[in-house]
Design a protein around this ligand. Structure first.
Ligand SMILES: NC(=O)c1ccc[n+]([C@@H]2O[C@H](COP(=O)([O-])OP(=O)(O)OC[C@H]3O[C@@H](n4cnc5c(N)ncnc54)[C@H](OP(=O)(O)O)[C@@H]3O)[C@@H](O)[C@H]2O)c1
Length: 310
């Protein structure tokens, strides 16, 4: 397939370009910069320079191009978000950005559309011991300060599921780790003893960046229209254990302990690191997409799939 890829220069996007080309697809990659365009050309993708937030400019840049599918992997996140405001630009990319990409899909003749958001769309709270499947309510309103993020995640999925003539598939990613910027930053904090092991700890679902990309390829090829897929590894992990494992991988001393209530001053961080227990089920992605994580647990990913020399 010829794939129009938004976010093609990103950490995930770069891995995805390589995997798409390796699977025999061709890639038309969107970037806002000439530098990004040069990188894309070197990697074997055809670049298109456009800003997703500018619908007219996007459609003009795509004039004369054709594609079979669109994949939306653009984000404005540059690190693990600590405050609600850190997510607002990404919220816009999931809402208006998706709307513009649906128009773009029409203009290039693409029928298939793979989009993605975040597993915490199920809600930043205690979901108990049972694995959370895609049948649970997703991105529900009525979650206070989280509502803008929920609204954008809902809009993101609904737009691709309901657009006439579009076969939409949505990925709900666990938390990324691997050779990518937020893992690097956490390891750097651990080296400076600024990354505490907080108790009580949230339970989160992780996915290695390589496996996040392979799930997007699998969704492109096998995803059923109108279906969301959770994409996480096989073993949810308490956040403090993950922090300890990252510190060990970084050669840092054991992290300092911190009581969870101390994070209440930063409500988003508190919800992420203390107040959430969410064990994501990946059974549907395995059954319907034929996807398997190369790194089934964070221990595999940290020992085999992190950084050279770290
Ligand atoms: N699950 C997680 O833990 C987690 C963490 C981070 C992100 N994510 C999600 O995963 C996806 C990929 O993240 P990543 O780590 O690969 O991000 P990244 O490395 O920061 O890359 C961001 C990408 O988005 C593009 N982009 C940003 N704003 C854009 C705009 N207005 N118009 C066009 N392109 C724009 C950038 O393109 P140029 O700069 O070249 O224009 C770049 O290709 C995102 O959709 C994000 O929501 C998930």
């Amino acid at each position: 397939m010829r794939v129009l890829l938004a976010g093609a220069t990103g950490t995930l996007g770069s891995e995805l370009v390589a995997q798409l080309l390796g699977a025999g697809h061709s890639v038309l990659g969107i970037t806002r910069s000439e530098r990004g365009a040069q990188r894309l050309a070197v990697s074997g993708a055809e670049p298109v320079v456009a800003d997703l937030m500018d619908r007219d400019a996007l459609l003009t840049a795509l004039d004369g191009h054709e594609a079979d599918a669109v994949i939306h992997q653009a984000t404005a996140l540059t690190r693990t978000p600590l405050f609600h405001r850190d997510l607002y630009a990404t919220d816009a990319l999931r809402d208006q950005g998706t709307a513009h990409l649906v128009s773009a899909a029409r203009s290039v003749g693409a029928r298939r559309f793979v989009t993605q958001s975040f597993f915490l769309g199920y809600g930043y709270r205690d979901h108990g011991q049972e694995p959370v499947t895609e049948d649970r309510p997703f991105a529900e309103p009525g979650q206070g300060a989280f509502d803008p993020h929920m609204r954008s995640m809902r809009a993101n999925e609904q737009q691709v599921f309901t657009a006439p003539g579009i076969d939409g598939v949505a990925l709900r990613y666990g938390m990324f780790y691997g050779p990518e910027v937020s893992t690097r930053k956490l390891m750097d904090l651990a080296r400076r003893r600024l990354l505490p092991a907080v108790r009580p700890a949230s339970v989160v679902s992780l996915v290695h960046i390589h496996d996040a990309a392979s799930a997007a390829v699998a969704a492109l090829e096998h995803g059923q229209p109108g279906r969301p897929y959770n994409v996480a590894d096989d073993e949810p992990v308490p956040f403090d254990e993950y922090v300890r494992a990252l510190a060990a991988a970084a050669g840092a001393p054991s992290p300092l302990r911190m009581p969870g209530w101390l994070l209440r001053a930063t409500p988003y961080t508190h919800a992420l690191m203390v107040g959430t227990r969410l064990r994501l089920s990946n059974a549907r992605a395995k059954a319907e997409l034929g996807w398997r994580p190369t790194y089934p647990t964070y221990r595999d990913g940290i020992t085999r799939g992190l950084f050279d020399g770290e």
